[in-house]
Design a protein around this ligand. Structure first.
Ligand code: 5GP
Length: 118
């Protein structure tokens, strides 16, 4: 179970922390990453902080995961030429720093070594 302290992303969804919001549904929010690692770098997260990572989300609410991916697709349609990376860092050693499930939509001219490169 996630901490009861609101996460950064929950606070963004509540408009307690400012962010450049690019898409929103009742349950999902998308906003520009504060420290972009690519020309297009958008975070897509459920508004709930109940799930810490994509594995928990897939097990707990697969419909919400599909909705999140649909929002990510819409962002990619608007911001990229249709070629993009969708990255879910899972675990601190994999680079996860915010333990509120989120996808990174990365597009534009992606450089070797940038977040999400193989
Ligand atoms: P993670 O490392 O957990 O996969 O990704 C967390 C991402 O959230 C990082 O790319 C980081 O730049 C971004 N981030 C952290 N704090 C904030 C914030 O307050 N606002 C925004 N817009 N992005 C943030």
């Amino acid at each position: 179970m996630a901490s009861t302290e609101p996460t950064i992303f929950a606070r963004i969804a509540l408009r307690e922390i400012p962010a450049s919001i690019v898409a929103e549904t009742d349950r999902v929010i998308a906003f520009d990453d504060i420290s972009p690692q690519a020309p297009v770098h958008v975070i897509v997260a459920p508004k709930t902080q109940e799930y810490r990572n994509v594995v928990e989300l897939a097990a707990g609410d697969p419909e919400l995961l599909v909705e999140l991916i649909d929002v990510a697709r819409g962002v990619a349609d608007e911001r990229t030429d249709g070629q993009f990376r969708l990255v879910f860092n899972t675990g601190a050693e994999a680079g996860q720093t915010v333990f509120h499930v989120h996808a990174h939509v990365l597009g534009g001219h992606l450089e070797e070594g940038s977040l999400g490169s193989a």
